[in-house]
Design a protein around this ligand. Structure first.
Ligand SMILES: Cc1ncc(COP(=O)(O)O)c(C=O)c1O
Length: 301
């Protein structure tokens, strides 16, 4: 489905402290962030006028910048207020918020010690990340040939743009074969995550297993869902998971701000049936985020 290009929309974007008309929110082509991936970002959702876990997202943004060696020149409080301001200014109660910070154009080369740090925040109405039609059976995934790098090779806990290069490569490859998403293994060959979401497996022992986030994002939704499962008395185990162990999983789902709780129906030759636990956690997550309208309705509004 064609959507209106993201640079050609009505509304305003918060850029370096001011609200600018959407189409005028620009950066120079000689920006370090563009050439050398010195940029970090967040993905947030607002439900009924409240941004879910806003402070956690703003804190992670600042922490991601530090992992790339730069200090965002705005406090967590100021970033929180800017996210809320941009939602208000665009009349967004239910939608997605995208803050991004990057090194500017003062220096062009690998070294950019004196580059200015910019921050922009956009917000738009946005529905489901995956095709909701696929939710009954669960989305279809296949293992990517690209793997998550070890912590010695990249700042793996930063939500840094450069780390998404392998995600886009993986997702494109799987979409070309008719899948919804790719499963990424880590450098050891253990199950890591999807291209923009964490993964959980309900094993035959009745416990929920999820990979230890030692080389990928410990998602805010991941942590929320672990709490929701434990509240229901379900044991959650974080550990290294081998790909072959998918054979012992009865239900599998993804978690992420964009993906929320998304049921998975297949990964390679393994099959899963979205069952009671997945449905319960989807509902619990909806309740936790205070969802009152379906995202489809919000998008159409
Ligand atoms: C690669 C990747 N892993 C995991 C997640 C889930 O993180 P969160 O739940 O904080 O949105 C995301 C989404 O931000 C992501 O892009």
């Amino acid at each position: 489905m064609a959507t209106q290009a993201y640079d050609d929309r009505d509304g305003v974007i918060w850029q370096d402290g001011t609200l600018v008309p959407w189409r005028e929110a620009k950066l120079h082509v000689l920006s370090h962030g563009l050439h050398y991936a010195s940029a970090v970002f967040e993905g947030e959702r607002a439900y009924g006028g409240t941004i879910f876990k806003l402070t956690e997202h703003s804190e992670r943004l600042v922490a991601s910048g530090r992992m790339l060696g730069f200090e965002i020149p705005w406090s967590v409080d100021a970033i929180n207020r800017a996210c809320e301001e941009v939602c208000r200014a665009n009349g967004i109660e239910d939608g997605y918020i995208r803050p991004i910070a990057w090194r500017g154009s003062e220096m062009m080369g690998v070294s950019a010690q004196k580059s200015r740090i910019h921050l922009a925040i956009a917000a738009w109405r946005w529905g489901s990340y995956f095709d909701e039609q696929a939710f009954a059976k669960g989305i279809r995934m296949k293992t990517s040939t690209w793997r998550r790098p070890p912590p010695e090779c990249a700042p793996v806990h930063a939500k840094a743009t450069g780390l998404y290069m392998i995600c886009t490569l993986s997702k494109h490859a799987m979409e070309a074969q008719g899948y919804h998403d790719a499963l990424m293994l880590d450098w050891r060959g253990h199950v890591a995550e999807a291209t923009g979401a964490n993964i959980f497996l309900l094993m035959r022992d009745g416990r929920l297993h999820t990979p230890t986030p030692d080389c990928f994002l410990d998602g805010i939704t991941r942590r929320t869902v672990i709490g929701l499962a434990r509240n229901r008395g379900i044991e959650v185990i974080e550990r290294a998971i081998r790909l072959e162990e998918l054979a012992g999983a009865t239900e599998v789902f993804l978690t992420g701000t964009a993906a929320e709780v998304t049921p998975v129906g297949e990964i390679d030759d393994y099959r899963f049936v979205p069952g009671e636990l997945t449905r319960t956690l989807m509902q619990d997550y909806r309740a936790a985020t205070g969802q009152t309208v379906s995202k489809a309705a919000a998008t159409a509004a």
